[in-house]
Design a protein around this ligand. Structure first.
Ligand SMILES: Nc1ncnc2c1ncn2[C@@H]1O[C@H](COP(=O)(O)OP(=O)(O)OP(=O)(O)O)[C@@H](O)[C@H]1O
Length: 253
C-alpha cells in the first residue's frame, strides 16, 4: 500500500465537504475517484497534497503520517499533482515549466541557481536533461522551446503532467486531465496514463469522462456529498444502485 486515508473529514464552516472517508491505494495501482459536482473530489486532492488539513482523520503515505506537512515536503516525499484549471507559466517555455517542477528535488532552489557554482551548474544540466525526458515521455518532445501559452489545450494538459512527473513521484494525482480534450487527445491521454503505470507509479484519477475512466481505472472510490458511497471494480460500480442513484438527474455526467 502506498497511501491510506483513515476516517478523513473536512469541514468548511458548516459545510461538510468530506465526511469520514477511508480508502487506500496500492503501489502502481490506478484508482478512479468519481462523484457528481461538489462531491468533494478536489478537496480530497488538496488534503493529500497538504494544501488543506483535514478537520479529522489520518493520511498515511509510505508508512508515514503526512497530515500537517507542508505541500513542498509532501512533493519531495513523492506525491505530485495536476490541477483542474491548468496552472502553467504561459510566458515560459515548455522546458522551463517542467524544470520548475524538477527543482523541488534538488538542493539548489531555482532562484538560488542564478548565482551558480560548478556543482549547481552540473545539477542544472541534469534537471534540463530530466525535463527533456519528461517532455518526450508525455509526447511533446518537439515543443521544448514553445511558450506554454502558445501550446494547444491538449498539449498544455500533457505539459502539466510532464511537470508533475519531473519531481519523480511515486503517486501522481490527476484532476480532470481530459477536460476540454477531443476524442483523439483523450485516447492519447489513456495511453500516457498506461505508460505512467508501467513506470511503477500509482495514479489517482478524477475525471468526468466515464468512457476513459472505465478503460484505465482498476478500482473506483465513489463520493457523493462528501461521503464514500461505493468502492470497487469498474463493473461493480456501474451496477451499484447507490452510484446509479447519485448520478440520476445529473446532466453533466
Ligand atoms: N476552500 C473552500 N471553502 C469553502 N467551501 C469549499 C472550499 N473548497 C471546496 N468547498 C466546497 O466543498 C464542496 C466540495 O467541493 P470540491 O471542489 O471538493 O468538489 P468536487 O467533487 O471536486 O467538484 P467538481 O466536480 O465540481 O470539481 C463543495 O460544496 C464546495 O463548494
Amino acid at each position: 500500500m502506498i497511501l491510506a486515508l483513515e476516517k478523513v473529514s473536512k469541514n468548511f464552516g458548516g459545510l461538510a465537504a468530506l465526511s469520514d472517508v477511508s480508502f487506500s491505494i496500492g503501489k502502481g495501482e490506478i484508482l478512479g475517484v468519481i462523484g457528481p459536482n461538489g462531491a468533494g473530489k478536489t478537496t480530497l486532492f488538496n488534503l493529500i497534497t497538504g494544501v488543506l488539513s483535514p478537520s479529522e482523520g489520518r493520511i498515511v503515505y509510505q508508512d508515514r503520517a503526512i497530515v500537517g506537512l507542508k505541500p513542498h515536503k509532501i512533493t519531495e516525499m513523492g506525491i505530485s499533482r495536476t490541477f483542474q484549471n491548468i496552472r502553467l507559466f504561459g510566458q515560459m517555455t515548455a522546458l522551463e515549466n517542467v524544470m520548475v517542477g524538477a527543482h523541488c528535488r534538488t538542493k539548489a532552489g531555482l532562484w538560488q541557481g542564478l548565482w551558480q557554482t560548478k556543482a549547481q551548474q552540473k545539477e542544472e544540466k541534469a534537471i534540463r536533461g530530466k525535463a527533456r525526458a519528461m517532455l518526450e515521455l508525455t509526447g511533446i518532445g518537439d515543443e521544448v522551446n514553445t511558450f506554454a501559452g502558445a501550446l494547444s489545450y491538449g498539449k498544455q494538459r500533457r505539459l502539466e503532467i510532464a511537470r508533475a512527473l519531473a519531481s519523480d513521484p511515486d503517486l501522481l494525482l490527476l484532476d480532470e486531465p481530459a477536460a476540454g480534450m477531443n476524442e483523439s487527445e483523450t485516447e492519447d491521454l489513456r495511453l500516457l496514463i498506461a505508460k505512467i503505470q508501467q513506470l511503477g507509479k500509482a495514479v489517482i484519477l478524477i475525471e468526468h469522462d466515464m468512457h476513459l475512466m472505465m478503460n484505465v481505472c482498476e478500482r473506483f472510490v465513489v463520493l457523493n456529498f462528501g461521503r464514500k458511497i461505493a468502492e470497487g471494480s469498474p463493473v461493480s460500480i456501474q451496477e451499484n444502485p447507490a452510484v446509479i442513484e447519485a448520478y440520476l438527474g445529473k446532466e453533466d455526467v
